[in-house]
Design a protein around this ligand. Sequence first.
Ligand code: NAD
Length: 350
Amino acid sequence: YKSSIPVGPQTALDSSAGVTAKGGRNKIMKRAVVLGAGGFIGGHLVKRLQRDGYWVRAVDIKRHEFFTEMGDDFVVADLRDVDQVKKIITSDIDEVYQLAADMGGAEFVASGDFDADIMHNSALINLHVCNLCQKMGVKKVFYSSTACVYPVYNQLDPTNPNCKEDSAYPAEPDSEYGWEKLFSERLFLAYARNHSMRVRIARFHNIFGPYGTWEGGREKAPAAICRKVAMTKDGGSIEIFGDGKQTRSFLIVDECVEGVIRLINSDFEGPVNIGSEEMVTINELTDTIIKISGKRIEVRHISGPTGVRGRNSDNTLIEQKLGWRPSRSLYDGLLKTYTWVKAQVDKKYS
Ligand code: NAD
């Protein structure tokens, strides 16, 4: 990574009286830092917080691919460098949302070729961020964990996976990505216990939607399948990894952001699942996208990384603790996502 700091408009911070942000919002505002704001969920979260009236410092090692306007203050920074983190998490910040991580799609994580980078980079980011949040007295800290922390032995049966929050131990995640997340959950919880830091942790399950990576190898299954379908002519065929009988659930990004905001403002520390309970096989996911496209497309199964056999969010705990659970249908989310991915494909390739 090559990074520099600061880049982009710097808004003067006034620690005593709130700040005046862009767009004419000039009342006293809460100040949030979103780390990983150049990424998929972080980008959507920044937009939502600004709509809710926050002053937002958006931070990433890269700029957002699709959103040119990002936060009130966009800082390009490498969060593995503690000196850069010190300039970002300052004593006038009320809330920190930590979504920065070294991650990618199934091919990237499952190949094993990037294990050392994934663990080293994400752990360093979390060590620095967690410590600075405590030192700077940040009032609310959110950390994004993952369903990948759940043990392989509970996800062998595609029809009946167990992803209850308390089933994470004894631990046996299927990837080093999952192990690092488990370590960092414990890191944030240790700071909460030893330093009374107010931490909230969510385990996201397959978040998807528009304005995310849709090609290049780091994209997730829904975006990848949308792209393949959008790029295929009527009567053609697409390739899917594995037999397609593995199960998953997918949550539209707007509801993920809604869950994050409800969680950080709640009394519940977590970790808690933020995901959909509408479990489908990858074949069903593919068929739905093909149906949305209106094309006749044949599916060919090829060998490739497929991950665990079955995974589904269990929303009992979130419902119990927040009185809320995601409710949007997979179909609605796929319709929105396919429409957006197709527009990107048309723009780039036709
Ligand atoms: P993303 O890859 O789009 O966003 C992560 C961002 O972190 C990227 O923009 C990346 O540039 C940034 N980053 C990486 N290293 C950095 C560094 N050294 N300094 C500064 N920034 C750095 O991923 P996402 O899908 O938006 O996910 C956000 C968070 O949610 C991640 O922590 C991820 O592990 C977690 N999560 C996501 C999903 C999902 O389905 N998308 C599922 C479970 C958990």
